[in-house]
Design a protein around this ligand. Structure first.
Ligand code: UDX
Length: 442
């Protein structure tokens, strides 16, 4: 099939390469000429394991190309995916819909033959119905341009795997006028569906809600365990052991019960806020009030680590040297959007600490958003003469650290394990002051 993907960020670029891998002819579209130029050379402008290989393979085979020209994409493809961002509006909770709207305003007037438009972006419920109406108004081909909603659940760091082997596919269609959308989507994903991947076809609103509900649930799970961590800390409990114990209950499950610095990134934080904002507009704000608490528990983790650090260095951060290991919002990603690690580093810096940050992949992005912070070129430089080491992102390189790696370098043997990822007893046995979150309480 001939496919276009609008937006070439983490989602769009991966989806475009994934569709080529499934055997389709694909064009990726973006308004950023620099991105398009790099992608056309087979270069991925962000860190995503496995994607550079996949991209190069299909750029070289000629099955995948990139353009800034929407008219080219409209003329070429019969299926158009929308994978542009819906970031948080500055100073508000709502999602910024301007990029999604712009794709429709640009693409729809160019549709002169039957086409299927499939939304992947995370949007407030009701968006798809509004866009379907707008496409109808703008497309020369009229009702033969049809919209479906096909939310994406990919995780950064596993984006290729999640695209090629998703645990389920969801499609929202206009139930009053379903047309050919389901048929087309079955053809697009034929290889995936042949493996008996669950395929849930719903109305447009349900499909939109599936995505935000999934993210709200994951965020709630993380904040739940972090709330319990707060109780563990004042009562002498150990949240990691507790999570293991409750996680064996199949109804609960151990995944996403990792207590620590909490969630960040380009999705979970802004999605729960946009969900609350939308519920408010729909007059059911009370239904999602609990998400406000989920958000506050999460943000409290960052303050908590700063307070822990202050305590560990003797009451004042001013003039102390602190190594922050990690800047990305999670390992296997160079994404620093709403990163708990970078937030903590910034707060320590503001409190007067001399902070040295090191991250295996996210240094350039971190420097771009927080240029006033100090970055070390490697782990050794970051921890040299440190009065305190904070592990803020659980990269393998940090998880695998053993006390003797740092012993001769640091000024004081103190570590805060912001992701509960170190072997605590080993650090304690080596004479370090070890502080986990929700465990080994001070
Ligand atoms: C998330 C959803 O998982 C994905 O389905 C959706 O499509 C986009 O949003 P992503 O943002 O890539 O994906 O990251 P995810 O792996 O979900 O982690 C989110 C945040 O939660 C990270 O900051 C991570 O460190 C944190 N987290 C995760 C915890 O603090 N504890 C956990 O147990 C799990």
């Amino acid at each position: 099939m001939r496919i276009s993907v609008f937006g070439t960020g983490y989602l769009g670029a991966t989806h475009a390469a994934g569709m080529a891998e499934l055997g389709h002819e694909v064009v990726g579209v973006d308004i950023d000429p620099v991105k398009i130029e790099r992608l056309s050379r087979g270069e991925v402008p962000f860190y995503e394991p496995g994607l550079p290989e996949l991209l190069r393979k299909h750029v070289e085979s000629g099955r995948l190309r990139f353009t800034t020209d929407a008219a080219d994409a409209a003329a070429f493809a019969d299926v158009h995916f929308i994978g542009v961002g819906t970031p948080q509006v500055k100073g508000e909770n709502a999602a910024d819909m301007r990029f999604v709207n712009a794709v429709i305003e640009t693409l729809a007037p160019l549709l002169t033959r039957p086409a299927t438009i499939l939304g992947k972006s995370t949007v407030p419920v009701g968006t798809a119905a509004r866009l379907a109406h707008r496409i109808n108004e703008l497309a020369p081909v009229g009702e033969a341009a049809q919209l479906g909603w096909n939310p994406e659940f990919l995780r950064e760091g596993f984006a290729v795997e999640d695209t090629l082997r998703p645990d389920r596919l969801v499609l929202g269609v206009d139930r009053a006028n379903p047309g050919h959308v389901e048929h087309v989507v079955r053809e697009v994903y034929a290889t995936i569906l042949a493996r008996d991947t669950p395929f849930i076809v719903t109305d447009l609103a349900t499909a939109e809600l599936v995505k935000v509900s999934a993210n709200a649930f994951l965020a709630t799970k993380i904040s739940f365990i972090n709330a319990i961590a707060e109780v563990c800390e004042v009562s002498g409990g150990d949240v990691a052991e507790l999570a293991d114990a409750i996680g064996y209950d199949a109804r609960i499950g151990r995944k996403f019960l990792g207590a620590g610095l909490g969630f960040g990134g380009g999705c979970l934080p802004k999605d729960i806020r946009a969900f609350m904002a939308r519920a408010g507009e729909l007059g059911v704000d009370q239904a999602l009030t609990f998400l406000r608490e989920v958000d506050s528990v999460n943000l409290r983790r960052r303050e908590h680590v700063v307070e822990m650090a202050r305590r560990e260095v003797g009451g004042s951060l001013n003039g102390t040297r602190i190594a922050v290991l990690g800047a990305a919002f999670k390992p296997n990603s160079d994404d620093v959007r709403d990163s708990p690690a970078l937030d903590v580093a910034g707060k320590l810096h503001l409190a007067g600490a001399d902070v040295r940050i090191y991250d295996p992949q996210a240094m350039d992005n971190a420097r771009a958003v927080s240029p006033t912070l100090t970055y070390a070129h490697d782990l050794r430089a970051a921890v040299s003469d440190a009065d305190l080491v904070i592990v803020a992102t659980e990269w393998r390189e940090f998880r695998d650290l053993i006390p003797s790696d740092l012993d001769g370098l640091v000024a004081a043997r103190r570590v805060i394990d912001g992701r509960n990822c170190l072997d605590a007893p080993a650090w304690v046995a080596a004479g370090w002051t070890y502080r986990g979150l929700g465990r080994y309480a001070a």
